[in-house]
Design a protein around this ligand. Structure first.
Ligand SMILES: Cc1cc2nc3c(=O)[nH]c(=O)nc-3n(C[C@H](O)[C@H](O)[C@H](O)COP(=O)(O)O)c2cc1C
Length: 209
């Protein structure tokens, strides 16, 4: 299949087959796609919580406007953006970069200071908007990776972030549930899969200058 076929195959799944679970090996591939997603400066200022516990999913469905994908999916990915950038986030990046590229850490300290000067002073709101943007790129990677594995997904913004933050104890960790993705396998009875894609034409969407 070429890439466009995968994009056509994927749709925002409304009804999952609750009996079919994603295999651990596929789950690792999906996680790797998310891990390899690009982010601003490469800092990855987010965490992805993967929920497979059925009781917890049932606890969250009410805070998700009773969207059944939450309980019927195999795994629920909660993309949490950092609401605050800490010095240790930048130190972790610099130390990892030094180790991975075998580059003396002292030679990277200037770049670390540049990042700290730029990022630690940001207003909380500005930080949150910026880190949330990164999370959507990771979400897109997840959806495409799933499609290539013939695994279904549904991106979901229809949930109460404050409830998720409380239930998953995210505030204390300077995190916020930004967007979620239900992952699993479509139910044969999900009629949405038969609908054609509704998209703008290329000539409307693109402008070449
Ligand atoms: C960021 C985002 C949030 C979305 N939130 C929901 C949601 O809460 N519930 C839902 O059923 N679909 C949700 N969708 C799915 C969209 O409605 C769907 O992607 C769009 O209608 C295009 O259809 P397709 O993905 O099936 O091609 C969301 C999609 C995106 C990208």
């Amino acid at each position: 299949m070429d890439i466009v076929n995968y994009y056509n195959w994927r749709y925002a799944t409304k009804k999952f087959n609750s009996k079919k679970k994603v295999a651990p090996s596929d789950l690792e591939l999906i996680k790797e796609a998310v891990r390899l997603a690009p982010s601003s400066y490469g800092l990855q200022l987010f965490k992805v919580i993967i929920i497979e516990d059925q009781e917890l999913k049932e606890k969250l469905v009410g805070s998700s406007y009773n969207q059944n994908q939450i309980i019927d999916c195999s795994h629920l990915f909660v993309f949490c953006n950092y609401t605050k950038v800490l010095e240790r986030d930048i130190d972790l990046f610099i130390n990892t970069k030094s180790k991975v590229n075998k580059h003396p850490v002292n030679e990277l300290q200037g770049y670390g200071s540049f990042l700290k000067n730029n990022l630690l002073q940001k207003e909380p709101k500005e930080t949150s908007i910026w880190t949330t943007n990164q999370v959507y790129i990771a979400l897109a990677h997840l959806m495409t990776a799933c499609a290539t594995l013939q695994i279904d997904s549904c991106p979901i913004e229809g949930f109460k972030a404050d409830d998720y933050n409380a239930i998953l104890d995210l505030n204390n960790r300077h995190m916020n549930a930004a967007v979620i993705a239900a992952v699993g396998y479509r139910s044969d009875s999900d009629l949405t899969q038969e609908q054609k894609k509704v998209r703008k034409s290329s000539s409307l969407l693109f402008e070449t200058i």
